[in-house]
Design a protein around this ligand. Structure first.
Ligand code: BDP
Length: 667
């Protein structure tokens, strides 16, 4: 990628604050990756009559493009799909063509991002037509699993007051091709569909529309009863159907391009069709029929698990596979990437590839519920690419990501976490992009294109998720988090009062023999849900990829790993490697000081400090705990624990405000 302008902002500020001053202009991260230096007021023409979207496109060119005149054209050039665009450049000008206004706006953002200097043609089409953020935001302003402050949506002051951040949010999304947003938590309150809230939602939809973003809502399946006062929410009941039809009519009268509903039904206590003896398909289809006349869709989540199912990893497949082919064509079954729950590493959910007669979409989690909240650097593109290595991009129809956005000034609670929002959008547009390319783009725009900065930072980002896996739960371990907040380690967590699949001991099954959850054909047989070749691979303890070993097998402490170490020794080395990586990240970052403004430099330095502290906490807690079962020493070449287990059991990492862990521990 070529950048015409090298960190102009930084250079200008140096001049303003005095030559030789080592600092650059203070930045609070609020500009995200859109820190474009001012353009040269380039000439921009469009033959079409002006629309809000075209006006934005022209404005962005005038403000930020430095170079030859730009022409925007409505043209369906050969291979262009609805939101696709082509950019033709020669020394006389740039011609951006698309069949739609939004395609032209995407073309403009592409131009500004790439800053191409050579003549040629670029053609871009999105792989998926729906690229959607899921906000887990509640009407009271809190955000479930949100670590970036409160909700961006100021429900109390809507519809009268329109925060300027709404347009900023929409612009940031449009710049990376995100075209949908589910505004509220999947654990939906029925009031989300009240007339009062719909009027507020309409205002947001109006702000987002010119940026090509459609609004969707999570709904509570029990709404007819809870909100409508009906005696039942049975999807087969005529009054219930009528209630939904009237609600849809009301919604579309306010928001004519409303996208549809996201539904978490019969999951973790939410209402659903099973309450009335109806299937997931029957529930989803009732809603789909209601939305069909308006072009709306239903995204029906497959995140379900009963307490009776001994292996939660098998539940979604067991429940949804038999329903293949039974859903309406405007239902998309939304499936988490992994079969348990957004762990630092999981094998893919075997529903993908096995429901050929049903539309499926993947749900990634951008917010780092299980990866250190907004404190740990974990660049997630490599994780999502890993998913696409197993699941063909063409086998799914759409992509959703649980947002990591809140009202913090830097949007994500951590400057480095902005990369995950960015990467989600870019991969939803084109899953073939590499994680490196995306990191490169993001770093260049968010900080500086200087390769002395970008290269080491890219390498650090690329290793960051693996580091988290290593110091939290290597070799296929999973769900050994502290109860509820999912921040620190609590492998000892067991509570006889709770359902067993909410405890940690259930997932690691440490005993004097070994460690890991046996999902092989002689265990829970979860392997059999995968295609034959993978089932055979995962089933064989000697061939199973080691990153999934303890996911699929209960492995003896002295089991010989591929590098010759015993399982116990390898476990110790993995935890230690995770810690050492974070120390290395700290050193890399310290060397970046000359390239970054002082505020963001200090903020990231502080976060890495917390991460280093937490990594040691994780390593010590897990190794000391598992050592009680392995009864073997921690190898000499592994950094010895600095905590002791009893203290760690008594103290929990302090979560502080918004669930972010500040410094220090708390009882
Ligand atoms: C779990 C979260 C919980 C969500 C649930 C879901 O801990 O807050 O409500 O997933 O996705 O990861 O429905």
């Amino acid at each position: 990628m070529k950048y015409l302008v090298k960190n102009m902002l930084g250079a200008m500020t140096m001049l303003l604050i005095g030559i030789g001053a080592p600092t650059m202009m203070a930045e609070d991260g609020s500009s995200l990756w859109l820190r474009m230096p001012p353009g040269s007021g380039a000439e921009v023409t469009a033959a079409m009559k002006s629309t809000p979207t075209l006006d934005i496109a022209k404005d962005e060119v005038r403000r930020y493009w430095k170079g030859v005149p730009v022409t925007l054209l409505h043209e369906k050039v050969g291979r262009l799909r609805r939101e696709g665009f082509s950019i033709d450049i020669d020394d006389k000008g740039v011609r951006i063509s698309s069949p739609t206004d939004i395609g032209l706006l995407y073309g403009v953002y592409h131009l500004l991002r790439e800053q191409p200097t050579e003549s040629g043609t670029i053609v871009e089409n999105p792989t998926y037509s729906r690229r959607i953020l899921n906000h887990w935001d509640n009407p009271d302003g809190t955000v479930e699993r949100g670590y970036a402050g409160n909700s961006l949506w100021e429900w109390d002051s809507l519809p009268a007051t329109i925060s300027s951040r709404y347009a900023g949010y929409a612009r940031a999304n449009a710049s990376i091709g995100i075209n949908g947003t589910v505004l509220n938590n999947v654990n939906a309150k029925a009031e989300a569909l009240s007339t009062e809230y719909l009027r507020k939602t309409k205002v947001l939809a109006d702000v987002f529309r010119p940026y090509g973003i459609r609004v969707y809502l999570s709904i509570n399946f029990g709404s007819p009863k809870r909100l409508g006062g009906l005696p039942t929410s049975d999807p087969f009941d005529q009054d219930v159907k009528r209630w939904w039809r009237d609600k849809a009519k009301e919604i579309y009268s306010l928001i004519p391009d409303f996208g549809g509903f996201l539904v978490k039904a019969n999951s973790e206590g939410t209402a659903g069709p099973l309450d009335y003896g109806r299937s997931h398909a029957e529930g989803a289809n009732m809603l789909a029929d209601v939305l069909k006349p308006y072009g709306g869709i239903v995204m029906w989540r497959a995140f379900v698990y009963h307490p009776e199912e001994p292996d939660r990893a098998k539940q979604a497949y067991s429940e949804f596979k038999p329903l293949d082919g039974k859903f309406r064509d405007n239902v998309i079954v939304q499936v988490k990437n992994g079969p348990i729950d957004f762990q630092p590493r999981e094998p893919y959910t075997p529903l993908f590839g096995s429901m050929s007669a049903t539309k499926l979409m993947v749900e990634f989690q951008i917010t780092q519920e299980y990866l250190g909240h907004a404190n740990h650097l974990a660049y997630l593109a490599p994780m999502w690419k890993e998913f696409f290595e197993y699941v063909s991009p063409s086998s799914i129809t759409s992509v959703a990501g649980v947002a990591n956005i809140g009202n913090d000034s830097n949007w994500c609670g951590y400057d480095m976490a902005q990369a995950n929002w960015y990467a989600f959008g870019r991969l939803a547009w084109n899953p073939e992009l590499s994680a490196e390319e995306i990191a490169d783009e993001w770093l260049s725009q968010t900080f500086t294109p200087d390769t002395a900065f970008v290269d080491p930072m890219k390498e650090m980002m690329m290793q960051s998720r693996e580091a988290v896996v290593n110091y939290m739960m290597p070799l296929g371990l999973h769900h050994i988090f502290a109860k509820d907040h999912h921040y620190g380690p609590q492998p000892w967590f067991f509570d006889p009062e709770l359902r067993v699949d909410w405890t940690a001991t259930h997932y690691h099954k440490a005993d004097s023999e070994g460690l890991g959850f046996d999902r092989s054909s002689t265990g829970s047989d979860a392997v059999s849900q995968y295609p034959e070749n993978l089932a055979a691979l995962f089933d064989d303890i000697n061939r199973c990829p080691e990153e999934y070993l303890l996911w699929f097998h209960h492995v003896g402490w002295n089991h010989k790993m591929r590098n010759g170490r015993s399982l116990w020794n390898e476990l110790c080395h993995r935890y230690d490697a995770g810690v050492q990586e974070v120390r290395r990240f700290q050193k890399i970052w310290d060397r970046m000081e000359p390239y970054v403004d002082a505020d963001r430099f200090a903020a990231i330095q502080d976060k890495l400090k917390i991460q280093a502290r937490d990594a040691v906490w994780w390593k010590d807690a897990c190794l000391l705990y598992f050592q009680q079962f392995s009864c073997q020493p921690i190898p000499y070449d592994v950094e010895p624990p600095v905590h002791n287990l009893q203290d760690m059991k008594e103290f929990r990492l302090n979560l502080g405000i918004h669930g972010n862990a500040p410094h220090g521990f708390n009882k």
